[in-house]
Design a protein around this ligand. Sequence first.
Ligand SMILES: [Zn+2]
Length: 423
Amino acid sequence: MTLYIKDATFIDWQGLTFKKTDIEVDQGIDGGINLVDVIDLKPGDRSRVLDAKGKFVTKSFGCGHHHIYSTLARGMPAPAKTPENFVEILKYIWWNLDKNLDLDMIKASALAAALFCAKNGVTFVIDHHASPFAVEGSLSIIKQAFDFIGISHLLCYEISDRGGEKIRDAGLCETENFLKAGNQGHVGLHASFTVEDDLLEKAVKLAGKYNTGIHVHVAEDLADQDHCVKNYKKRVVQRFSDAGVLDLSGSILGHCIHLDEDEKKTLKDSGVWVVENVESNLNNNVGLTDYSAHGSNIMLGTDGMHSDMLRSAKSAFFVGQGTEGISFPEIYQRFRNIHRFIKENRYRGDSDNNLVVLDYNTPTQMSQDNFLGHFLFGIESSHVDSVISSGRLIVENRKLITANEEDILSFAKEMGNKLWKKL
Ligand SMILES: [Zn+2]
């Protein structure tokens, strides 16, 4: 069954050209699209035709750094102690939450996160997962939930020494089993300050074996650098560079806030990817940085705060005014760079047949010349009308159609209450 979109105004996401057209959408993970003058359906043809009259159609969005494990945190009880710095935020909030997750809670978190991604037009998610007392099977559960909703993914488990040898080895084992089964994914590490040399070496070796990269937090807070200099007599980027992290194609370094000029140059020369998550940085009060010296491989994420990449782009633009005087085209590029990351590293699930239909009621005219002004000051996730992921219609008229939205949210609430009781 072919999917057609009728009477669309198609915006080419790269050239930003506008074209009134019908669109034939291929099915499947490597599918494309054809812009056609007419939809020629023979009698009895069961093809689906989506009416997009007055609406805009463009490439859907991707999230470069998510934490689905934090989905049930919204509205949770306050921590036992008010954290006074970043390490205490981890200790009293996030590590308390992730240690209490079980496999059912992970399933609920992944389903709800995938639901929100879908409704926000985000069809590809790069996730960094932690659940130290429910490691085994966690990646498969997230994968199944994402596949069920229809969101493409690049997953990993954030392995760490923070919980001791047994949990560390469970993380390595879960990662290898997931990759061995033929799933695309990263080898995840938490951050330099919770990863000892032995684990770092094993992780790099494992990533090399499965031809993928490392996904890790880097210098999110100054504490990460201080720990590294004290324990390893070098800075974090140097440590990861010496270990071979930057040589692995597909490696992603999250945050990279507290880097010196040498470290920025190392990243730039290596071509490794950096993910910017400014809302999270503001929330944790860890500082902000000018990313313009980190090279051109910068993409945007949410750091698990939400699943709305249009919101992340706007936040990065407003913060970028103060930190680096970022321009409209530069922020749009960062928002769209995830497509280049996926393509260059031959991951799958982001072909041309990933589309978003925007019902955008603008008070002013929009064209190729001023699209970026609308992108930053007008278009929001509330305008996402329909979403197509790998040729499959997953959201129609603002409603998820691959699964029952109410069922997912009530299951998530039930699991959220169960989790909060344990905190
Ligand atoms: Zn993160």
